[in-house]
Design a protein around this ligand. Structure first.
Ligand code: NAD
Length: 369
């Protein structure tokens, strides 16, 4: 199998995790790294043995690179992705696709015009935990799904992220930063969403950074840090979601899916593994369901969506973590905030087809062709 050469733009915190995954998938080869802070690109290249550290422009001019992986901060996603597309590259971007619907639509339209692909994180739904849940639902283990809930309850990242201010600006916050994991998982399992009703607010500001090197600095929160809402799937399933960075402790589950014949307890969508648990109608017991699919180990996380896109490029099939899904999720996230601001339902214009389920029995270093 031929390897697909990738170049990474944005060599901050998450780039190391991507570069570790690249080593684990035989289809991927990282050939160049870039960052506006070129010292960061150089340091990562040395750490992971990537041959070239260069400017964005030099990376985009490299004819061997087939996928540009955009790991910049959300506020830079649009410009970096558009530049990659203009250079004729396929682009896989970290979430969110962009920070507004309009910017997201520009990326999708530019890629269509240029005949290149757009992929968008998260790819965690390709992992063994969520693929097992998908199979259980499709096989009827909980009967007909009627409702679902998701809870992302945290107190933010200013105690661990080395440069956390971007997480409290427009285009981040708990909904744009963590909502993609929940909304991508839910729409992968249950299909597209048609309307959203949100309530959101800035509940705790300013924030004091307790991580290094910015210990003691203040962040003014510019986007809601507690976002709640209900939503309706095209299928009629009714959902509830809270994403918060204004909560210290919580025992709420990550995701549950309720059906006519039982309830599915879904693992953390910001992971590839389990546990997957099932409670059947009429029973108060929970059984842990063995994972039906591989790719459940955390060392495969982050780059799994890129690896899937690389296999898709080699064989010509559709890639799973798609720009279309990234755009649907972006529209949903913005809808939670706009519905709250306008005190009315937000009606969703975009739709998606669920990405194809993974076949059983794949080796750990490969996805399907
Ligand atoms: N840190 C995490 O745990 C994590 C997890 C999942 C996803 N993400 C996502 O990954 C992305 C990056 O997050 P991070 O935590 O690595 O941020 P970071 O701030 O640590 O790194 C971002 C890097 O992008 C560079 N950059 C910014 N604008 C640029 C531009 N125009 N051209 C080239 N380089 C540019 C910065 O210099 C920096 O090195 C975000 O979209 C975030 O949502 C982060």
């Amino acid at each position: 199998m031929r390897k697909v050469k990738i170049g990474i733009i944005g060599c901050g915190n998450i780039s190391a995790a991507y570069l570790r995954t690249v080593r684990s998938f035989s289809v991927l080869e990282a050939v160049a790294l870039a960052d506006i802070d070129q010292a960061r690109a150089k340091a990562r290249a040395e750490e992971f043995g990537v041959p070239v550290a260069c400017s964005n422009e030099e990376l985009l001019a490299n004819p061997g690179i087939e996928i540009v992986v955009n790991l910049t901060i959300p506020q830079a996603h649009r410009d970096v992705s558009l530049a990659a597309i203009a250079a004729g590259k396929n682009v896989y971007t970290e979430k969110p696709l962009a920070i507004t619907r309009e910017d997201g639509a520009k990326i999708i339209a530019a890629a269509q015009a240029k005949g290149v692909r757009v992929g968008c994180a998260p790819g965690t739904f390709i992992g063994g935990g969520l693929q097992t849940c998908r199979k259980l639902i499709d096989d009827g283990a909980i009967g007909r799904p009627v409702a679902c809930s998701g809870f992302m309850m945290s107190h933010g990242a200013e105690h661990w992220h080395p440069d956390p201010a971007f997480l409290y600006q427009v285009g981040a916050g708990p909904m744009f930063d963590m909502g993609p994991y929940y909304l991508t998982a839910l729409t992968t399992m249950l299909g597209p969403i048609t309307r959203v009703a949100g309530t959101a607010g800035i509940q705790i500001s300013p924030r004091i950074i307790t991580s290094k090197p910015q210990y003691g600095e203040e962040i003014i929160v510019r986007t809601p840090d507690h976002v709640t809402g209900t939503f309706t799937f095209v299928s009629g399933v009714i959902g509830t979601l809270i994403t918060s960075t204004a909560v210290w402790g919580s025992v709420l589950p990550r995701i549950e899916i309720y059906g006519t014949e039982g309830t599915l307890s879904v693992p953390d969508p910001n992971s590839l593994g389990g546990p997957v648990r099932l409670s059947k109608a009429g029973s108060s017991e929970w059984e842990e369901v063995p994972l039906t699919h591989g790719h459940a180990d955390s060392h495969l996380m982050w780059g799994i969506g890129v690896a899937d896109m690389a296999h898709a490029l080699v064989s010509g099939r559709a890639h799973r973590a798609s720009g279309a899904q990234g755009y649907h999720v972006l529209e949903l996230m913005q809808a939670f905030l706009e519905s709250s601001r306008d005190a009315q339902y937000a009606h969703i214009q975009s739709t998606i087809e669920r990405p194809k389920a993974l076949p059983l029995g794949l080796p750990e270093d490969l996805l399907d062709d």
